[in-house]
Ligand binder design. Sequence first.
Ligand SMILES: C[S@@+](CC[C@H](N)C(=O)[O-])C[C@H]1O[C@@H](n2cnc3c(N)ncnc32)[C@H](O)[C@@H]1O
Length: 280
Amino acid sequence: MLSYRHAFHAGNHADVLKHYVLSLVLAYMNQKPKPYWAIDTHAGAGMYALKSEFAQKNAEFENGIARLFAAKNLPDSLNDFIKLIKRFNENNTLNFYPGSPKIAESFLRQDDKLRLFELHPSDCKLLIENFSHKVRQTKIEMQDGFAGISACLPPPTKRAVVLIDPPYELKDDYSRVVDCIKNSLKRFETGTYLVWYPLLQRPEPAEMVHELIALNTDFLQLEIMVQAPSLDGYGMHGSGMLIVNPPYTLPKIFAETMPVLTQLLALDETADFLIKHKIT
Ligand SMILES: C[S@@+](CC[C@H](N)C(=O)[O-])C[C@H]1O[C@@H](n2cnc3c(N)ncnc32)[C@H](O)[C@@H]1O
C-alpha cells in the first residue's frame, strides 16, 4: 500500500537540488545530436499546483523553489534553472512546480524518448493526463520502476539518463536502488544514473551511497544539509544526489554554485554542502 504523495513536497529543497542536477545533465546530453532516452523510474504526477491543498499543507516549496524564484544575481546555471521553472508560471508568479518528467520533457529533442514509471494509481493517472499531448515520444507505465527499467536498457541509441527517485517509504528501497544500479550497469555500462537520497539520522542512506561508490564507476556525490539534524532523531536535514557516470563538466559548475544554493536553501547557520567525485 503506497501512501507517499509527492504533491505534499513539490518544490521543496530536495526537489530543487534534484531537478537542478537533472537539468544540468540533460543540457549536457543535448550538446551532442545523437538522440537519447530519459528514463524516470519513480516519476510522480509530473506537475504540481502550489496553491493546491496538498502543496499548501506544509508549504515546503516556500523554503525551496520560492527562495530561488525571488533571488537576484544567480550564477548562470542556477539562473537557467529558474528560467526553466518560470516557463511553467505566468507573469513571474510562482503557482506551479514541474516534476522530473516535465523537467525532462522540456529538454527533449524530436528523436529523444521519455520512459516513465509510476506505481501509485492516482499519480499515474495525473501523469498520463499531463502527457496526453506527447504520446508518441513518451511511454508511461503503471509498473514498478525498479523492475521496468530492465526493458529500457540498453536503449537503441546507446545514450540514456536515468533518474531513480524512490520515496524510501519502504526500507528495502535502499537495497533495491543498489540492485537496480548493478543490474542496469550490466545491461548498459555507459548510462548516466542519478540517484536521489534523503539525509536522515539512520544508517541506510549512507550505506547505500557507500555501496554505490564501491561499484568503482565514475561518480559524483552531492549533498546539501539545510539544517542541523533534529534533537529527536527524526526528519530529513538535507538530501543528496549520487550520479554514476556523470558529465565531466559538473564538478566545476558545482564548485561555483553549491555555496550559493546552500546559502539560499539554508534553514539555520549549520547549513553546508559536500561535493565528492571520481571522474576518469
Ligand atoms: C519522490 S516521488 C517522485 C518524484 C519525481 N521523481 C519528481 O522528481 O518529480 C516517488 C514516486 O515514486 C512512486 N513509487 C513508489 N514506489 C514505486 C515503484 N516501485 N515503482 C514506481 N513508482 C513508485 C510514488 O508513488 C511516488 O510518486
